[in-house]
Design a protein around this ligand. Structure first.
Ligand code: ATR
Length: 283
């Protein structure tokens, strides 16, 4: 680092476990870019000052994570259409003092899905399990790219209804009740099943949001969870012969898209994946 180093980083609270600094700094080094990425623990009451500091310090931009992804939108000069539709920002770009908000979570998921599975979105009847922030990002990006139709199943029905209404602007969208009977039918009718809930995440690695016997071998099963790398849901799906799409790709590609917004260069995604896999193996 020197006087010319361009600063980027992460605003979250907490940020201790983040793999983003290692992932981005390795990518900057690989491309010979004089950039650096630091993690900042920003208390919610200090978010406005932290965003102001992006301008004051001439940072090129930051990633924004829990709990700031929605609140930060109030402090930006402009917000990209897809991020507005998602209702959250995870990446800020500083264009000569003008702060622009983007969301790379949803687009990162779609890029990872298409690259890793080769599916044709227009043919997919999608079932989203969960209706929280992650479901919204993934759902909106899939809907904007034109899935065939989408269903949302969530434990609290009101959140499923709210998300289905947003998705309905782009594709036919419906809700599914969180009951065995309704879930079993919806799982049986879906081509692409995406778990966006936290069910199955460490330490609850023996849990799955749905039953193995509901799955069809010709479905594609995707899980946003990347710790563990293969959730019980994905293991169940593999055992019955279904194709699976693990969650790590979304994390890598949300980072790769942010990297591209800041640097204007294609991100070294396979190196970024190697770095993150190393970190996960150590933990
Ligand atoms: P994220 O930003 O990761 O999506 P979130 O907004 O807190 O996090 O959403 C968590 C999602 O997991 C929600 O859809 C939640 O369901 P509720 O809206 O009913 O709370 C879902 N979820 C968490 N624990 C769950 C469980 N044990 N069974 C079913 N769904 C669960």
């Amino acid at each position: 680092m020197n006087q010319q180093t361009v600063l980027t980083g992460l605003f979250g609270f907490p940020v201790g476990q983040s793999m983003s600094p290692d992932m981005h700094n390795a990518a900057f080094r690989q491309l010979g870019l004089n950039f650096a990425y630091l993690a900042f623990a920003v208390e919610p009451s200090r978010l406005r000052s932290a965003v102001e500091a992006i301008r004051a310090l001439s940072m090129r931009g930051v990633n924004v994570t829990i709990p700031h992804k929605v609140a930060v939108m109030d402090y930006l000069d402009d917000i990209d259409g897809e991020a507005l539709d998602i209702g959250a920002v995870n990446t800020i770009v500083n264009e000569d003092g003008k702060l622009i908000g983007y969301n790379t979570d949803g687009p990162g998921y779609v890029r990872s899905l298409l690259e890793e599975t080769g599916v044709t979105l227009a043919e997919q009847r999608v079932l989203l399990l969960g209706a929280g922030g992650a479901a919204r990002a993934v759902g909106v990006s899939l809907a904007r790219k034109g899935a065939k139709n989408m269903k949302v199943a969530n434990r609290s029905l009101d959140k499923a209804e709210n998300l289905a209404q947003v998705l309905g602007k782009h594709v036919p969208a419906d809700v599914v009740e969180w009951s065995d009977e309704s879930l079993a039918r919806a799982v049986g009718e879906a081509d692409l099943i995406i778990n966006t809930t936290s069910v199955g995440m460490v330490p609850n690695v023996d849990e799955s949001p749905i039953r193995k016997e509901w799955l069809r071998p010709d479905a594609l099963v995707s899980d946003l969870i990347y710790n563990p790398r293969y959730t019980k849901l994905l293991k169940d799906a593999e055992q019955i012969g279904a194709n699976v799409h693990p969650g790590l790709g979304m994390f890598i590609h949300q980072g790769a898209l942010a990297f591209e917004l800041w640097t204007g260069q294609k991100a070294p995604a396979s190196l970024m994946r190697e770095i993150v896999e190393q970190k996960l193996n150590q933990s």
